[in-house]
Write a protein that binds this ligand. Structure first.
Ligand code: AMP
Ligand code: GLY
Length: 424
């Protein structure tokens, strides 16, 4: 079958690489893609946040039998609904379910109503009440803009002054645009963080291997938040016991809650979790594969991804046996000079002799006149597998050193986090 993949990041390159291995996938199209995806798929230059234009393209290409929607924006805008309305098959939640990521106020309400463990919180739509609350609440405190803000709409405030400034920035100065019209003020939690993703067709939940992201730009979690500077899988502190706890207290209740609300979720549900002294708690939900998590998860998947996608669409995930490789995978993100604030583009990339089994996931890259150029903040995910996280880490970094472009920067400590936490 011919498949269209929507999106142009490292995550989408990882999805395309996995689909390429499927014997049932013939041709792959990618809207909008990047240089790496362009080696495996035909690139389509349509703005996928223009839902009508994207669906029109699918209408006009009758050879496309299935569309995979991975980025949050087109999901929140209802691309899957639009494609289904027009009689096409697509992977990803509908708009009414994608809200679990698109509105933090919605997801917090859902957790409260269905008793799913999360940080205590209050929601505010007017500045004066938010300010009054923050004047007396416990510190540190966490402020979250309600809407999608590219993972940047969260402020961890260590002092009351910071918290009051934060409320003002979000609600009056509109630092995150309309995403800050409503804010969630929540209790500060502590503990290791893990991304637990699962496939679900609304009936069955199939967890993927877990992974850990590194959101801050510099080593030792310093500097600004980014889209993610690297990942490793699996999380060493997330064994069978924690998996059971998360399935019983978080995953099943969430899928059931969405069904009870008439918002059946079909696709990839991403649980951003924290292992606190009071058990596992939800930090956030995403309605899609994570990036760069997907770059370490999919290389470990033994089962045909296309078969899984179709089983989700047809609600027969219960019949699938999804298998994962043993061992570990590490991804180091190479970023452009200036990222995560204003960054450079159009720098030529050079590659030494890379190991055959290193996996490159292109994010912001493009090919111009045969040259490979940088074209985004996060440029490349350099991924390697190994028997242990340490082995995978060494292999990934040995290959990182053979790649360069002007202004390139990356974290040197991906895979070292949580080493001292008790394994499970
Ligand atoms: P989010 O966009 O909700 O994932 O938040 C971004 C990051 O902020 C998370 O990955 C956490 O590291 C941190 N964070 C969010 N909520 C809390 C919380 N309640 N307590 C402590 N840290 C938090
Ligand atoms: N890596 C975090 C995310 O995809 O939102």
């Amino acid at each position: 079958m011919n498949v269209l993949v929507i999106g142009n990041g490292g995550r989408e390159h990882a999805v395309v690489q996995a689909l390429k291995k499927s014997p049932i996938v013939n041709k792959i199209y990618s809207m909008k893609g990047n240089a790496g995806i362009g080696e495996l798929a035909e690139l389509v230059n349509v703005d996928y946040c223009d839902i009508q234009a994207a669906a029109d393209w699918v209408d006009a290409h009758s050879d496309v039998e299935y569309t995979v929607v991975t980025p949050d924006d087109p999901l929140a805008l209802g691309l899957v609904d639009e494609l289904e309305c027009r009689g096409h098959r697509a992977f990803g939640p509908r708009k009414n379910a994608a809200i679990i990521e698109a509105s933090k106020a919605f997801s917090k309400e859902l957790m409260k109503k269905y008793d799913i463990p999360t940080a205590k919180y209050e929601t505010f739509s007017d500045y004066e009440s938010a300010k009054a609350y923050v004047e007396t609440c416990d510190i540190p405190v966490v402020l979250k803009a309600d809407g999608l803000a590219l993972g940047k709409g969260v402020l961890i405030c260590k002092t009351r002054e910071e918290a009051l400034d934060g409320v003002k920035e979000m609600m009056l100065d509109k630092k995150f645009g309309t995403a800050g019209n409503k804010i969630v003020v929540e209790e500060f939690l502590e503990g290791p963080e893990v991304s637990a993703l699962a496939f679900t067709d609304g009936k069955t939940i199939v967890p993927m291997i877990t992974s850990c992201d590194h959101k801050r730009v510099y080593d030792n979690d310093e500097g600004l938040n980014t889209g993610g500077m690297g990942t490793f899988a699996p999380a060493p502190f997330y064994g069978e016991k924690t998996q059971r706890e998360v399935m019983e207290k978080i995953m099943i209740p969430t899928v059931n809650a969405m069904n009870a609300e008439g918002r059946t979720f079909k696709g990839v549900l991403y649980f951003g979790l924290m292992k606190t002294k009071d058990g596992m708690k939800v930090i956030e939900y995403n309605s899609r594969f994570g990036d760069p998590e997907t770059q370490v998860i999919l290389p470990m998947l033994k089962t045909d991804l296309m078969e899984i996608f179709q089983a989700v669409t047809d609600e027969r995930l219960a019949d699938m046996q999804v298998e994962w490789e043993d061992g570990a995978c590490v991804c180091v993100v190479l970023a452009s000079g200036g990222y995560p604030t204003a960054y450079q583009k159009g720098k030529e990339m050079t590659f030494g002799d890379l190991d055959d089994d290193v996996i490159l996931c292109h994010a912001g890259t493009k090919r111009v006149d045969g040259k490979l150029l940088t074209d985004g903040g996060r440029v490349l995910g350099v991924c390697a597998k190994g028997a242990t996280i340490e082995q995978a880490r060494q292999k990934a970094y040995a290959n990182v050193e053979k790649i360069s472009f002007d202004g390139m920067h990356y974290r040197k400590d991906i895979g070292m986090k949580y080493r001292d936490i008790e394994k499970e």
